[in-house]
Ligand binder design. Structure first.
Ligand code: AMP
Ligand code: TRP
Length: 348
């Protein structure tokens, strides 16, 4: 056993991307545009990419075990169908790599109650009855910080709703480094980019499109067929005004703005370009155009997901192989964390 020479660490960290999605329900167009699509782009840019189905985050609220397994496989199929290649990215489920839970405990002892009390997602999810929420739901952001830091990841692509959690990750990393007098953890950069960092509900332009919304009409699921997608877009809440000449004209029109953003993200355009191209169009014209575009982008993904789901054993094999690769990166980092914090490691 060597003494903690581990404390000497490099000052600069090579770029490495980590992100995660909860397998807590069917995935939505929001997950695709805000996360999955961008995960594949980062991989294609040649950066090292590690992607995780965070099943341990999912159980912070009740999950039926059989459904959780199914949703984890479906999530893996969604990653692959969206262009994440398990040969080029590390793709696995969180619970298969114990480093996440181990580092989360250390971070529970670094994070302060005052910091956790400011987390708006906890307040939203716990609702009025916070007394009945699980301790895990409260500690959730420390586990998320551990997910990222167990790999010394430097960049995290996410949707807008995760910004506060990434700020907390930075605070935890900085406090650990400061308390132990090391430069061990990188200070992570959130990557919140593109036209669809916050896709809103199709029924209410002030609420996020979410897999947990009770109304199925509020979202497009990655498992919806072409007819369902078209019907949901046709029925999406809008106003009676035509599309304006410039983006400024959408300022107080949340629902209209949302459909424009979705169009832009699906087409790979900016929202300003979409408005310029469709100025004066009524929703009777714009919605069918959007529906056609959505179907043309989503249908091949849904088809591939369905095909992959025919062979759950193959998905499990991919997740297992990904977990082996993830473990190989995280274990040496955890060993050094134990050395830095004064934990004896004397097993052979
Ligand atoms: P979750 O489904 O909460 O695990 O979120 C997984 C990823 O999808 C995170 O990066 C979220 O920020 C992103 N995401 C979820 N819902 C939306 C949405 N409505 N718009 C944009 N990104 C989203
Ligand atoms: N909290 C994220 C969400 O709900 C999921 C998540 C867990 C995550 N661990 C992560 C995202 C690490 C990015 C990095 O969307």
């Amino acid at each position: 056993m060597s003494e903690p020479s581990a404390v000497q660490t490099p000052q600069a960290f090579p770029p490495r991307i980590f992100s995660g999605i909860q397998p807590s329900g069917g995935l939505t167009l929001g997950n695709y545009l805000g996360a999955l699509k961008r995960f594949a782009q980062k991989q294609d840019e040649g950066i090292e990419t590690i992607y995780c189905l965070v099943d341990m985050h999912a159980i912070t609220v009740w999950q039926d075990p059989a459904k959780l397994r199914q949703q984890t496989r479906e999530g893996a199929a969604a990653f692959i169908a969206s262009g994440v290649d398990p040969a080029r990215s590390v793709l696995f489920n969180q619970s298969q790599v114990s480093a996440h839970a181990e580092l989360a405990w250390i971070f529970n002892c670094v994070a302060r109650l005052g910091w956790m009390n400011r987390m708006t997602q906890f307040k939203d999810k716990a609702g009025k009855n916070a007394e009945a929420a699980s301790l895990g739901l409260y500690a959730y952001p420390a586990l998320m910080a551990a997910d990222i830091m167990a790999y010394h990841a430097t960049h995290v692509p996410v949707g807008e709703d995760q910004k506060q959690h990434l700020e907390l990750t930075r605070d935890i990393a900085a406090k650990f480094n400061h308390d132990y007098g090391v430069e061990f953890f990188p200070i992570v950069e959130p990557l919140i980019e593109g036209a669809a960092t916050r896709v809103m509900s199709l029924r209410d332009g002030t609420r996020k499109m979410s897999k947990s919304d009770p109304s199925d009409q509020s979202r497009i699921n990655l498992t919806d067929d072409a007819d369902a997608i078209a019907a949901k877009i046709r029925k999406a809440k809008t106003d009676a005004e035509p599309l304006p000449e410039t983006l400024d004209g959408l300022k107080d029109r949340a629902e209209a703005r949302n459909l424009v953003n979705i169009y832009a993200a699906l087409a790979g355009m900016t929202a300003a370009e979409v408005v310029a191209e469709n100025a004066g169009a009524l929703f009777g014209t714009f919605k069918p155009k959007l529906a056609d575009l959505a179907v043309s982008v989503m249908a091949p993904i849904t088809t591939q997901m369905n095909r992959l789901m025919q062979d759950p054993a193959e998905i499990d094999r991919i997740l297992g192989a990904g977990a082996d690769r993830a473990e190989a990166i995280a274990r040496p980092i955890l060993d050094r964390v134990y050395d830095i914090t004064g934990m004896i490691r004397s097993r052979r």
